[in-house]
Write a protein that binds this ligand. Structure first.
Ligand SMILES: [Zn+2]
Length: 159
């Protein structure tokens, strides 16, 4: 299952990538181009725009109108509809910035790329093969997991 998100769904895109889904995102692409990519690459078009949603469906694309307010609710709505697992498994995680699958990298290799304090406290690192970004389970990790727990809770309460 692959997705394509419209320009209004940048944050949702990052969340979906983190939990392991392949999401293409373009900040400003014409509606027609989004529909074309969706069909050509067999991607589900996620959009906030009811008009684009209807046009995509009428042209035979798969599309989903993302309703809800705030990131948690949007994430919960998409997860409910597509039965997504709202959990981070680093084996599947993709780089929130560029969608490439991140891979483990040794501490030695990141020595020059992360702050010294980080090296002292963490032993596991991941690297994005495309943009070079390094990831570790830092202080933001707890916040990410809290948000995902909250999204799970909201999802269970959706009709
Ligand atoms: Zn990247």
């Amino acid at each position: 299952m692959k997705f394509l998100a419209d320009g209004m769904l940048g944050k949702l895109t990052r969340w979906l990538r983190m939990i392991g889904y392949d999401v293409k995102y373009f900040r400003d692409l014409k509606d027609e181009d989004l529909i074309d990519i969706s069909i050509r690459e067999d991607r589900i078009l996620l959009t906030r725009d009811a008009d684009l949603f209807r046009r995509a469906l009428s042209k035979g694309a798969s599309a989903f109108l993302v309703e809800g307010h705030g990131e948690v609710e949007k994430l919960a709505t998409v997860a409910k509809r597509f039965n997504l697992n709202l959990e981070i498994n680093v084996k599947n995680s993709r780089c929130p910035k560029c969608n490439a699958r991140i891979r483990p990298v040794s501490k030695d290799k990141v020595r020059e790329k992360v702050p010294p304090g980080t090296l002292k406290f963490y032993d596991e690192f991941w690297e994005c093969p495309k943009c070079g970004q390094i990831y570790w389970r830092g202080s933001h990790w707890k916040k990410i997991n809290r948000t995902l727990l909250e999204a799970n809770r909201v999802m269970r309460n959706l009709k």
